[in-house]
Design a protein around this ligand. Structure first.
Ligand SMILES: [Zn+2]
Length: 337
């Protein structure tokens, strides 16, 4: 039996024995949960770019999860949760729901569900990409590999990417799995080589698509419409999804301040929350945040939140279909790991 099936059966058994119920009661005492989502896609195979299972949930999974959260938790906005934490209010049973990056599919699939269930969410926007047809570099890389593999033209890929593909290419597994490990290899390159490789990918895609790029991210009208509902609020995910711990002081300040100012100008709301792109931060970043107008920041580290948690190191629990496509696996994700 494959490991995923064993885990699924074990999760069903734990549910039957009441173990999740017990864990839930234990863990919500004095603790709040912050969930981290990215994309919401009904049919990822139809996406113009391969989407790793660790990046999305389907609208059906999301519905099951949000309905469960609504029945068990006090779902509050992240701003309210931060306010509770800072004023020493007990956060037992509180849960905040967040989405990173600013994907168009959040508007198409998550937003209607939040309206239907009357649940608040926070979306962290990469402001330099909102309202544009620009893609993040992992999508550029994934698209190039997928396109070149399908067409049998991998020799046309940018040189750096071809080297990585050749060293990963012998591994077994689907193209999507290979893309995951290739993206991880690109992340480990030094910034200069990474920038060159990404530029090469962008040029490759532009040459093939002849300037026609499908918009994957939100535009400002969609942002404002969601804001008007009173259920969706926004935080910064920087201007260009940069790794904040690798920036010089001046560029760091620019990314933090300009993204927040643009969000405030476009939405008319006060913005005080940040999500670190890729979860990267350092002591220098934390020290700069209050001066740049931030009150709290969320990481990608796993954990619960309570009144002793540092406001600039709020952990979250990542929820994606690879680990939570059934309700029991979702419970497992919340309470086991
Ligand atoms: Zn991100």
């Amino acid at each position: 039996m494959p490991a995923s099936k064993i885990k699924q059966s074990l999760a069903a058994l734990l549910n039957l024995t009441g173990w999740f119920e017990y864990q839930s009661r234990q863990k919500i005492e004095g603790n709040a949960l912050i969930l981290m989502y990215h994309r919401v896609l009904p049919d990822p195979v139809q996406s113009p770019v391969p989407v790793p299972a660790g990046m999305y949930v389907t609208p059906d999974s999301l519905r099951v999860q949000l309905t469960y959260l609504k029945s068990k938790y006090d779902v509050v906005s992240l701003q309210d949760l931060v306010q509770h934490l800072q004023s020493g209010v007990d956060v037992s049973r509180c849960c905040a729901i967040t989405f990173d990056d600013g994907w168009l599919d959040n508007y198409l699939y998550a937003y209607p569900l939040c309206c239907e269930l009357n649940l608040p969410i926070t979306i962290f926007l990469t402001t330099g990409f909102i309202g544009t047809a620009k893609w993040f570099w992992p999508e550029e890389v994934a698209w190039c590999i997928s396109h070149a593999s399908k067409k049998g033209k991998t020799s046309l890929l940018p040189a750096g990417l071809l080297d990585i593909l050749n060293t990963t290419g012998t591994e077994r597994g689907s193209v999507a799995e290979k893309i995951d490990s290739i993206v991880e290899s690109v992340k480990r390159l030094n910034p200069m080589r990474r920038a060159e490789l990404i530029e090469g990918c962008t040029e490759y895609r532009e040459a093939v698509c002849k300037g026609k790029s499908e918009r994957l991210l939100l535009n400002w009208d969609e942002v404002r419409e969601m804001k008007e509902s009173g259920l969706v609020s926004f935080g910064s995910h920087t201007i260009s999804h940069v790794l904040l711990d690798q920036l010089h002081r001046q560029e760091l300040q620019h990314q933090l301040t300009v993204s927040r100012e643009q969000l405030e100008m476009e939405t008319g709301d006060h913005v005080e929350l940040l999500a670190y792109p890729n979860g990267n931060f350092s002591q220098e970043v934390i020290e700069m945040l209050p001066n740049c107008g931030y009150k709290a920041a969320v990481t990608t580290q796993r954990g619960f939140v309570n009144n002793t948690t540092h406001p600039f190191e709020l952990p979250r629990i990542a929820i994606h279909d690879d680990v939570s496509h059934t309700l029991n696996l979702f419970r497992w994700r919340l309470f086991v790991r």
